[in-house]
Write a protein that binds this ligand. Sequence first.
Ligand code: HEM
Length: 157
Amino acid sequence: MRELRWLSLATVLGAWSVIVIGGYVSHTGSGLGCSELIACGTPNDPVAAFVESMHRLAAWVEGLLVLAMLVLALWRYRTWTRVRDLTVLAFVLVAAQAGLGILAVMTELNALVVTAHLGVATAFLAVTVLNAATIFRGAPPMDAIARGPATGTPNTG
Ligand code: HEM
């Protein structure tokens, strides 16, 4: 349970950090600072490249945290349906977000794509917060198993 709690908090903090760095990328015009799509290769503008690469690095770390949580949720907490579903949703959103980030670079910051990137970011943060709140309010899923079929609200008392 402790590792699930720590991971859920880490994903909230990670999501918030990537969003704040993303805002800085946007407001400093660093979105096209990297000459390569996935990693940051030979930069034209070293400052912009640094800012954009920090955003990508933070996004990768966040993606790995969500992946670790997905593995844990499916492996040890499958019966805690609300947590399982929110974690799956978080994973889908973070993957879609990475896709939109890549698309934003490919389209040279098309306004619709960048707006969608912002929209998914806020939904993603909301899902991580809701998941962490559910985990901190709930009891270990063993309780849910003992009481019968999982309902998604393991701790009612
Ligand atoms: C957890 C994943 C990610 C989150 C939560 C996230 C979030 C954000 C946010 C909130 C912004 C600011 C948008 C705005 O001010 O309108 C932003 C900007 C940006 N992001 Fe991401 N991002 C993620 C991953 C990525 C990835 C993987 C890439 C590229 C490979 C990327 C590329 C960009 C670019 C190029 C911008 C600048 C857009 C502009 O200049 O207006 N993002 N991101």
